[in-house]
Design a binder for this molecule. Structure first.
Ligand SMILES: NCc1[nH]cc(CCC(=O)O)c1CC(=O)O
Length: 308
């Protein structure tokens, strides 16, 4: 009987996602067994520093990738949005299952929507992307950093530290907290992070047996959409701690993508859309369009801030 060793982070969200993947695979391979290996990452340990200041790239995936190299594990389940644009040598994304809701959501006191929040309300988010788009829409809001996993952030809201916080719909739905959502923020107001709402299952590029297993969970339209988004991110040389957002959909084989780069204060916003049948081509096209609007200057300034 074949046994697969599966790497996962230890947070409730990570374990829920990994268990979901294992459940799907178990249905396809009733005779195989799967053993979970919980791995604590650097990103889980550093909770008191703003993420963008600890040099974010792949903070949540490095230790997990090490265990793949050492063949302690055969595959690992990640939130795609936590994956750097470029994978290290020898590792690939073996499957991208069908994406769930990609939107950001607002959780607020008394269920208020973005438009109903009082003047100058305090909103918790440590994402520069969310801050930029929120302030572009409501310049009066005050943004403050909030770290920790979903439970910690919701506790801070309930304790009265904030008027509202922003999270990803996908994470809340996966851990059955969708009842806490006050508003699904339209993508026209807040473009999601690249890959938000999608999972990535990572494995060794030469492990044919695992690749064949994972391929069965791959969703082609999702893969095309996130390929376009990740091409956009890669072209802008962005990791996950930059004010970059993108969202692509696929309809009858046509990919439609919108991408943005904004200054964290929301005052400068570069945004463009493209469509076509080649995910890489449309991703590059949008990246060039926002670069023409001045995205490089915004990103350089953010990098400079992070180094301080
Ligand atoms: N940055 C942490 C993270 N990574 C993935 C998700 C949610 C699940 C997803 O977007 O796939 C979250 C939490 C959040 O942003 O609210």
């Amino acid at each position: 009987m074949k046994k697969w060793n599966v790497g996962t982070r230890r947070s409730r969200l990570a374990l829920t996602q990994t268990n979901w993947v294992v459940e799907q695979l178990q249905k396809l391979e009733p005779n195989a067994s799967f053993e979970l290996h919980e791995i604590v990452t650097k990103g889980d340990k550093i909770l008191d520093v703003t993420l963008s200041k600890v040099g974010g790239k792949g903070l949540f995936v490095k230790e997990i990738e090490q265990s793949l190299y050492e063949k302690e594990t055969d595959f690992a389940v990640h939130s795609l949005k936590d994956m750097p644009a470029e994978l290290p040598e020898g590792l690939v994304i073996g499957a991208i299952p069908k994406r769930v809701d990609p939107r950001d959501v607002l959780l607020s006191k008394d269920g208020k929507t973005l438009d109903e929040l009082p003047q100058g309300a305090l909103v918790g988010t440590s994402s520069l992307r969310r801050a930029a788009q929120l302030l572009a829409y409501r310049p009066d809001l005050q943004i403050e950093s909030v770290r920790g996993n979903i439970d910690t952030r919701m506790r801070k809201l309930h304790e009265g530290n904030f008027d509202a916080i922003i999270l990803a719909a996908a994470g809340l739905e996966r851990v059955n907290f969708e009842g806490e959502i006050s508003q699904f923020i339209p993508v026209e107001i807040s473009l999601p992070a690249v890959g938000q709402g999608a999972l990535a299952i990572e494995c060794r590029s030469d492990d044919e047996e695992t690749l064949a297993l994972l391929r069965r969970l791959d969703d082609e339209p999702t893969r095309q959409a996130v390929t376009a988004e990740r091409t956009f991110l890669h072209k802008l040389q962005g990791g996950c701690q930059v004010p970059i957002g993108a969202y692509a959909t696929v309809t009858d084989g046509v990919i439609q993508i919108t991408g943005m780069v904004g200054s964290p204060d929301g005052k400068q916003m570069c945004k463009s859309s493209a469509s076509g049948s080649d995910p890489v081509a449309v991703g590059l096209q949008v990246a060039e369009a926002v670069l023409k609007q001045g995205a490089a200057d915004i990103l350089a300034k953010v990098l400079q801030e992070n180094e301080k």
